[in-house]
Design a protein around this ligand. Sequence first.
Ligand code: FES
Length: 102
Amino acid sequence: MRNIKELFWENGLPDKDFASFWFCIEFVHMVHTICERMVFLMDYDKIVCNCCQVTNGMIKEAVDSGADTLEKVQEVTGAGTVCGACLENVRNLVEQFLKEQK
Ligand code: FES
């Protein structure tokens, strides 16, 4: 079985660049991990939907209570149902809180 270094070598990645390439992979992985953990530092009192005065915490409560889609969260909280300006942020929050449950 080939190891990952051999795999990249066969695909033309020069050996001298392998360390920096690997560093980049590790760096991206580290940033991704930090971003995922940022959800724990989230301000739950921050309003995500101004139209309906819905906070990050209210989105989390909805997800924790079983709303497992954007539409269900919208039904429960009303977030994103007026002007739609917050919809992308609400969608991201729902995805983050669902990931957190896994
Ligand atoms: S800001 Fe959320 S619907 Fe307008």
